[in-house]
Design a protein around this ligand. Structure first.
Ligand SMILES: [Zn+2]
Ligand SMILES: [Zn+2]
Length: 205
């Protein structure tokens, strides 16, 4: 069952690709300082996608996609074979439509609203700065918002502090029921083999 009033479109910049999500309200807003986010966004920019800002905005939406347009133009990529994030780009304009990661448990997926057109409700307040051990003054502007700031989530205590933030705990969990459409993980699987870019770790731009 879907409620049309709750749905929203995520579109690529060239208009070939779109995802309709069952629930338009973002569940979580983070800013991530990790070098992999920067590398993936810069790689897209080099192929025609939007120029990334240093501390990208990450919005999470329920991983329930009720309609897909332009699937023939979508391709799934990983930075390296060991990479955990799988990103769907439009192969015409190199917008990023969505990102999957095991931590999201298929309950949510990640979207960069500055790298596509996200018609969802993105009014949620910033919850945290993440992976700031990869971020330096030379990279970009200093964080200004008074929210938790995590150097990394490599170590259990810090990871636990991050995962226990209310919006994070509410997002990164087992789904409460099956999706009315498909998850981003299923969409990725249906796109065929994931292309591994084999980019050198930590080299951006
Ligand atoms: Zn496109
Ligand atoms: Zn990141």
């Amino acid at each position: 069952m879907t409620d049309q009033d709750q749905e929203a479109l995520i579109e690529c910049q060239c208009g070939k690709c779109a995802l309709a999500v069952a629930d338009k309200a973002a569940t979580l807003f983070l800013r991530c300082g990790c070098v992999d986010c920067r590398q993936a966004l810069w790689w897209g920019h080099e192929h025609g996608g939007a120029k990334p800002e240093p501390l990208p905005r990450l919005f999470y939406l329920r991983s329930d996609i009720v309609d897909v347009a332009g699937k023939a133009y979508m391709k799934a990529f990983k930075l390296r074979s060991t990479g955990k994030s799988t990103r769907i780009y439009c192969t015409q304009c190199y917008s990023v439509l969505g990102v999957d990661h095991p931590t999201y448990q298929n309950n949510v997926f990640l979207n960069f609203p500055d790298h596509c057109t996200n018609h969802g409700v993105l009014s949620r307040a910033l919850s945290a700065y993440l992976n700031m051990s990869d971020y330096f003054a030379a990279v970009g502007f200093a964080p200004t918002e008074d929210v938790p700031l995590f150097a990394s989530t490599d170590f259990a205590p810090e990871r636990q502090r991050f995962l226990s933030l209310p919006d994070v705990a509410h997002s990164f969990k087992e789904p409460s029921g099956p999706p009315s459409g498909v998850t981003l993980g299923s969409l990725i699987q249906s796109l065929g083999a994931v292309t591994v870019l084999n980019l050198v770790e930590g080299v951006v731009g």
